[in-house]
Design a protein around this ligand. Sequence first.
Ligand SMILES: [Zn+2]
Length: 262
Amino acid sequence: MIIDFHAHIYPDKIAAKASAAIGEFYDAPMAWHGTVEELIASGDKIGVDKYVVLSAATKVEQVEPINNYILGEVAKQPKFIGFGTILPGYTDFENEMKRIRAAGLRGIKIHPDFQKFQIDSSAMDPVYEVLSDLGMPILVHAGDCRYDFSGPKRIANVLDKHPKLKLIAAHFGGYTEWGAATEYLVGRRVWFDTSSTFWKLPMADAKTMMRKHGVDKFLFGSDFPMWDHADEWSRFVQLGLQGDDLDAVLYKNALSLLGLSE
Ligand SMILES: [Zn+2]
């Protein structure tokens, strides 16, 4: 079984534009535009069984429409596990998180670099508290040496203040900041996803981080539409994971974090 813990989806009408904006932000060509149809086509190449699907609001008025969009896609596609969006300034966050949870979403995704807030900003504390109380995981974009929104040290501050929060720091804990991820996050109670890492982090360093942090706290993710699943898979397998360790990263850790069974 394979669970892709990090897949972005966009409505067909805006997918080309949305993915172009992300490609510009990261100065990288996008493998796909990010429609649902494309996601399934890309994931089918490696036999993905389930996808954690996400979409981030950059304005407060987008929070409910985007959450409703994810809910709608989850209702149509049994392979989808939906994560909602939130951002500081959206004042009714507690009711919104309870609403989307009751409707079937399993967690929240934030991208502080796009959404333009510091991840350890006190404005987010009430949100993290509600998520801790609800037991809802939060997947956070982590790190970028060009910015100071979501770096590993700031994530460590969040973990210090919210010890019950189930936080997944994407991209091995810090996109282009793997030294800081090792310093501040490795060994702590925080999960890492494997997405958008192997294009840059040498495989020997990735293996060392995984051994030190613990294979039980890693989740396979593609960061679709940034990467095609077959291409990302060809890099992932170079970790050389086998047997129980491979199953843990591909799906078992994800199931237990989400409270799901096979
Ligand atoms: Zn992402």
